[in-house]
Each structure stands twice: as C-alpha cells, then as structure tokens.
Write a protein that binds this ligand. Structure first.
Ligand code: FEO
Length: 177
C-alpha cells in the first residue's frame, strides 16, 4: 500500500463526510422542490451529485494506492436536516457545511504532510481548489438570497436561471410525477 494506515483511515472517514454532505444537499433539494422553487431545488440536487462524485474520487484514489475502502457505518453519519423555516437557513447551513468540508480537507492535507505522503498531498490539491470554489459560490448564493428577501425568492430563481440552471432536479430521474 502506498499510503499509511493513518492516512487511509482519514481518507475513509472523508468518504463518509462526502456522502453525508450529499445527503444533506438532497434533503435541501427536496425542501426547495416542495416550496416550488425548481431552480434552487435543481441547484442543490446538482450539489448532491457533486458530493457523491467527490466520494467516488476518494474511493478510486484509495483503490489506486492499494488501500482498503471502508465506508464508515451509517450511525457515524448524522441524519440531514430536512425542514427549514427560511430559504436563508437552508443556504446558510450549506455554506457552513462547505466551510466544515474545507476544514476536513485541510486536516487531511496536514496528515499527508505529516506523513511525508506526497502522493496524497498532490491528490488533495484538487479538493483544496474545489472547496475554494464551492465556498465562494455558496457565499454568493447566500448574499443573493439575503438581498432578495424571503418574499422575493423568484429573483433568486432568476439569478440561477441566468447562471444556466436546468430546473429539473428530481424530474431528471424519470418515472411518474
Ligand atoms: Fe465535497 Fe463541497 O464538499
């Protein structure tokens, strides 16, 4: 195996965090769909898919290093928050989650450096850059929501439409409406 047991354990834990983030975004996408805000729903549905891709990226890396993938037990993953009083609360929670993931990635980089593990350190650079983009775009979305106000959420939908939102999150899955 190309990486240490300590690094392997931390990467396996991160796989759980990425799936956990995906579940939280799925719950937020469902909430917005319920509120008839299709572009917000689609935006968070896409975020949920991205988090799954992050988990898969780490799984592939662990396998490439000859490590054993051990997805953490479900009780280790807290249930996502499913209901929100305001849109701002859901988007604010998303920003907090992205900041938490950034701290988790930084902690992984720290372990890689500590272990003189240049392979993992280099692999993690993609995540460092990705988190910068995700925190920044979630900050933008939160400030758009705050500026629009809860009574003007169609403006947020317009903002997402201009950004190229598809507006068909769960409906893309097919099946009956
Ligand atoms: Fe994969 Fe945005 O955390």
């Amino acid at each position: 195996m190309l990486i240490s047991e300590r690094m392997l354990g931390a990467l396996n834990e991160q796989i759980g965090h990425e799936y956990s983030a995906s579940l939280q975004y799925t719950a937020i996408a469902a909430y917005f769909d319920c509120e008839t805000l299709p572009l917000l729903s689609s935006h968070f549905f896409d975020q949920a898919e991205e988090e799954k891709e992050h988990a898969h990226k780490i799984i592939k890396f662990v396998l490439d290093t000859g490590g054993k993938v051990a997805i953490p037990a479900i009780p280790a993953i807290p249930a996502p928050q499913n209901t929100f009083q305001f849109t701002e609360e859901a988007v604010g929670l998303s920003l907090a989650q992205e900041k938490k993931v950034s701290a988790q990635i930084n902690a992984l980089v720290h372990i890689a450096k500590d272990e003189n593990d240049y392979t993992t350190e280099q692999f993690l650079q993609w995540f460092v850059q990705e988190q910068l983009e995700e925190v920044s775009s979630m900050e933008d979305l939160l400030s758009i929501v705050q500026r629009a106000g809860e009574g003007n959420l169609l403006r947020v939908e317009e903002y997402l439409a201009r950004k190229g939102g598809k507006g068909a999150g769960f409906k893309n899955l097919g099946g009956e409406d």
